[in-house]
Design a protein around this ligand. Structure first.
Ligand code: ZN
Length: 515
């Protein structure tokens, strides 16, 4: 699995930087010719500035979402002279009848044509290797890209460095090395890890299983055949598929190693159901295929992580002597799987402000999964990971993120320099204000950064707005300012301009200093 992970680190890079999905034809509206992808590209070139319409600019289809009224949202990856343009991804909005409704993008910079790399790929790889702090470092892939930012585009190598961190978490570090100067422009981790621990306190629940050869497999046939594996202390591969002769998995105690496997299966199933029943999303990739889960990773591993390259979730057992229970709670399962949803929609880059928004998205949907489960053993709250700490102190708070001592409550121009688990603070705070409102409630006590009072609109509407913003308007480098625009667009679509919901979105962002 380590080898597989390293090799498919390229696939992780591909997901962020290049087309992950082959273009597919979508049904055209009556009287409209051409599939949605072809029409979207033609409309984009017709309505955009010279940069997007220039020679050498090309696009591949990443995703199409169609609203009930026939409006199409076509998400595209962008290339210039055949090289991926990082940060150049764009969503084209077409009204019924192929009517241009604009485009969402982080930036419209036009790459210079056919630039030459002064640095060799081998030299870039050496620079990237030195940037990793993991042990067992190896380069698993490198490619030339155009890296776009507000100033324009720069030719760079995207190098993927594999390895393992000191706590046992695998690493797939993406390093962008300037192809002229050798300067490191940016880096981000492809394996998303948490600082959270989870409990095995969801009680007795039903889990999907398949009878095969006289034994029951922990394999959910109703939710994309999501399987749960026991790594038995290993750190690679899939270990052993969890099976039972009685169709009972675990006994609620840690003495039985299937107990945490049941937690993982329940978390995967609940998250699947939440996305399907609330948002109409058929699995993380919206293709009906489940991610698989792995439990008992390494020894005393105090973390859980999502990996795009294996399309799987992995949970540590925690370390009771250090106050950590197994990291298999519902909000952590929902958090992890939501990283997969983000990867397959907006693709928010895991650094800077977009990284904070990526983390906040997982905290938001992890929380909403917990509420959705409506499980009396683990009632919904706006605290992240509180279930896995024996001292009952959560990892993060949404009502007032600074209560953790590290997260920000309010946006500032230096926010993007914080670790993504702390720069998520203002977005988590925004969501709490939008859903619950300011001041004291059963769920917390939330201040505002501008002294205003915000009245919440509830989890259902707040979640619908964030989901639509994520899947329809946000792109890989969306900033906090862009998130305000994206959620306002989503609220306008769902509830109308000037609606209470729309106005509350605006007020909640202003209340966290995003104006
Ligand atoms: Zn996370």
């Amino acid at each position: 699995m380590r080898r597989t992970t390293l090799l498919s680190g390229l696939a992780t890079a591909a997901l962020l930087a290049t087309a992950a999905t082959a273009p597919t034809a979508a049904a055209a509206a009556p009287g409209v010719s051409g599939d949605a992808f072809t029409r979207a590209v033609a409309q984009l070139k017709a309505h955009s500035g010279a940069g997007l319409a220039a020679d050498g600019q090309s696009f591949t289809l990443r995703q199409i979402a169609t609203d009930a009224d026939g409006t199409e949202h076509v998400r595209l990856n962008r290339y210039s002279d055949g090289l991926p343009v990082l940060g150049g991804d764009v969503v084209v909005h077409l009204g019924k009848g192929n009517v241009w409704r604009g485009a969402s993008q982080s930036m419209a910079a036009a790459p210079q044509r056919a630039p030459k790399a002064k640095l060799s790929q081998a030299a870039a790889s050496r620079i990237a290797l030195a940037a990793s702090t993991a042990t067992g470092r190896t380069v698993s892939g490198a490619q030339l890209v155009h890296d776009a930012d507000q100033a324009g585009t720069t030719l760079a190598y995207e190098v993927v460095v594999g390895g393992t961190y000191a706590d046992g978490t695998p690493s797939e570090l993406h390093v962008l090395v300037d192809a002229s100067t050798g300067t490191i422009r940016d880096s981000w981790e492809g394996v998303v890890r948490e600082g959270t621990g989870n409990t095995y306190h969801s009680g007795s629940v039903s889990v999907g299983s398949v009878l095969s050869g006289g034994t029951y497999q922990l394999n959910d046939p109703n939710r994309g055949s999501g399987k749960t594996y026991d790594l038995n202390g290993g750190t690679s591969g899939t270990g052993t598929l969890v099976t039972s002769t009685s169709n009972v998995f675990g006994d609620g105690t840690l003495a039985n190693r299937q107990t945490t496997a049941a937690d993982a299966a329940y978390g995967a199933a609940t998250t699947w159901d939440y996305y399907k029943n609330v948002h109409g999303r058929n699995g993380i990739r919206n293709d009906g295929v489940a991610a698989y889960s792995r439990v008992h990773y390494s020894t005393n591993y105090v973390n859980a992580f999502w990996s795009d390259s294996c399309f799987c979730m992995t949970y540590g057992d925690g370390d009771l002597s250090q106050g950590w229970e197994p990291l298999t709670s519902l909000d952590i399962a929902g958090h992890e799987m939501s990283h997969g949803v983000t990867s397959n929609t907006a693709g928010l880059r895991y650094s800077g402000e977009s990284g904070g928004l990526n983390e906040a998205t997982s905290d938001i949907f992890g929380t909403l999964v917990e509420f959705y489960a409506n499980n009396p053993k683990d009632p919904g709250d706006y605290q992240i990971g509180v279930e896995v700490k024996t001292n009952g102190v959560p990892l993060r708070y949404m009502d007032k993120p600074s209560k953790d001592g590290r997260s920000a409550d309010c946006w500032s121009s230096s926010l993007g320099r914080l670790d993504v688990h702390y720069s998520s603070g203002p977005a988590n705070h925004f969501f709490y204000l939008l859903a619950v409102g300011s001041g004291s409630s059963a769920y917390g006590n939330s201040p505002t950064c501008n002294g205003s009072t915000v009245t919440g609109i509830g989890n259902a509407k707040a979640g619908a707005i964030w989901y639509r913003a994520l899947t329809t308007y946000m792109t890989s480098r969306t900033t906090y300012a862009g998130a305000r625009t994206a959620t306002l667009s989503a609220a306008k679509d769902l509830y109308g301009t000037g609606s209470v919901e729309y106005n509350t979105v605006a007020a909640a962002w202003s209340a966290v200093s995003v104006n």
